[in-house]
Ligand binder design. Structure first.
Ligand SMILES: Cc1cc2nc3c(=O)[nH]c(=O)nc-3n(C[C@H](O)[C@H](O)[C@H](O)COP(=O)(O)OP(=O)(O)OC[C@H]3O[C@@H](n4cnc5c(N)ncnc54)[C@H](O)[C@@H]3O)c2cc1C
Length: 442
């Protein structure tokens, strides 16, 4: 147990304000305050909000406003010092880290306990043209750009004389049929349907293509629900091409691995994630790009350094397979954040530490108007029961009442009125590319 000296106020630094960082900062500051421990908690992140990523497909579909999925740190973490910036270097020996303004800048900060929760970034897999011409779905900028860009293409298509270009403007290709990519294509499809109906064009003439190398969509939800989801997508006219991916992408065309060439202006790349780039600078062991930690979320050999969420390779004690690590989900990130808070406080002499163990509670997947699949606690739900479960789950999981109310009202508006079809031009093509929005793709 470490005892604070009279001269030195101990500092816990949390890197990243996603699910894990938010919960760690909130949990550790509460624990220290209750114990009247003088240590300060500093949260370093380029964002001054916690992004509720599971609802980004709804943002891309224009169903909800991006502000509603951003939980403001200043409101929710009153006892935490918020330092805007990116951590680009950590010195474990001198217990300092380097914070930049996410652009050239220079600031050293010392720490007594360090919690690394910088999350993950999209895996680009080196497919030619993806970094330049596709967009991911990990940030507000990406979701907003996909919506505004596709809406613009639908508007331009009405006046496009060349039938091939008209078709290309109305075509969306999503690569990656896990829950995020599948939810995204369902929402963009609903946006196109709304656009066509409101513009008096009859059924949308848009084309939607969902690609994945796997042999099923969303294997995470099990065979039965995966089959139901596939059926629902195909009923809506969405082309699902399994065992197929993207070979190459240009500004005008997507060449698939089966040799087919699709004219398109809108391609989303949602194929999976790897740990945040800053983890590679630490010189510590990584597994699948994630920082290796023990079941207390501490880095082996560095008891004062912790990691959680997508950034950490956490042993999955609930799994029957040994050597397995927990999947990169918000469900685990939230709980690992809470566990890290407990164990950091314990390392400062407040409370006792505990191993991280969590049994997966299942997944909810919202597939656009009137349809969802979900397997909460092993139950297999589809259609409206799953929709209610999915929306109820998200409202319960959001950590701020004002965000919950705003989202509930937006969903209520969906039932009574059409989606807004205006573009505000808030995000440019450059601001939403992988380099600017996720710091990858050079
Ligand atoms: C579209 C989509 C839908 C999803 N749906 C679900 C779902 O339904 N259920 C589910 O369980 N999971 C879902 N996930 C997965 C879930 O979003 C992640 O598992 C979760 O966000 C991980 O949380 P985290 O705190 O580890 O990282 P993140 O939420 O990624 O947060 C990382 C934070 O660190 C910051 N950061 C990065 N680098 C630095 C640096 N160098 N210095 C300082 N700060 C840094 C980032 O800006 C960010 O604030 C979804 C993901 C996506 C993209």
């Amino acid at each position: 147990m470490s005892v604070p000296s009279a001269h030195h106020r101990q500092r816990v630094v949390v890197v990243g304000s996603g699910f894990a960082g938010f919960e760690t900062a909130r949990g550790v500051s509460r624990r220290l305050r209750r114990a009247e421990h003088p240590a300060e908690v500093v949260l370093v992140s380029p964002n001054d909000y916690m992004l509720y990523t599971p609802l980004l497909p709804d943002v891309a579909g224009g169903l909800i406003d991006p502000r509603y999925v951003a939980v403001p740190l200043a409101n929710e973490l009153p006892d935490v010092s918020l330092r805007p910036g990116c951590v680009d270097r950590v010195d474990l020996a001198t217990r300092t880290l380097h914070v930049s303004d996410c652009a050239p800048g220079d600031r050293e900060m010392s720490w007594d306990r360090l919690v690394l929760t910088p999350g993950s970034v999209t895996k680009l897999m080196g497919v030619p043209g993806v970094a330049e011409h596709a967009r991911g779905l990990k940030t507000v900028a990406e979701a907003l750009y996909l919506r505004e860009h596709f809406l613009h293409q639908l508007q331009l298509a009405e006046y496009e004389a060349d039938p091939r270009d008209r078709r290309a403007r109305r075509t969306v290709v999503v690569v990656g049929a896990s829950y995020a990519g599948t939810e995204l294509i369902a929402q963009l499809h609903a946006l196109a349907e709304d656009h066509a109906r409101q513009r008096g064009q009859g059924p949308a003439q848009a084309r939607f293509v969902l690609l994945d190398l796997a042999d099923r969509v969303m294997p995470e939800v099990g065979e039965k629900l995966s089959d139901l989801a596939l059926e629902s997508l195909r009923e809506r006219g969405i082309e699902v091409r399994l065992g197929t991916s993207l070979e190459e992408l240009s500004a005008q065309e997507a060449t698939l691995t089966d040799g087919d060439v699709i004219g398109t202006r809108t391609v989303a790349w949602v194929t999976g994630v790897t740990g945040a780039p800053m983890l590679e600078t630490l010189g510590l062991p990584l597994e699948n790009g994630r920082l290796v930690v023990d079941s207390h979320l501490a880095v082996p050999g560095h008891p004062d350094v912790f990691a959680a969420g997508d950034a950490a390779a956490v042993p999955d004690l609930a799994s029957t397979h040994t050597q397995q690590i927990t999947p990169p989900t918000a469900q685990h990130a939230v709980r690992q954040g809470k566990a890290a808070a407990r164990n950091v406080a314990a390392s400062l002499g407040v409370g006792s530490r505990r191993r991280y163990k969590h049994h997966d509670l299942g997944l909810v997947v919202d597939l656009g108007p009137g349809y969802a699949v979900a397997n909460p606690l092993g139950l297999k739900l589809s259609g409206w029961p799953a929709k209610v479960a999915a929306r109820g789950y998200h409202l319960g999981a959001l950590p701020r009442a004002a965000n919950r109310w705003s989202i509930a009202l937006a969903w209520a508006a969906e039932a009574t009125s059409d989606r807004p079809l205006s573009r505000l031009g808030l995000v440019s093509a450059q601001e939403s590319d992988f380099r600017a929005s996720e710091g990858i793709g050079d």
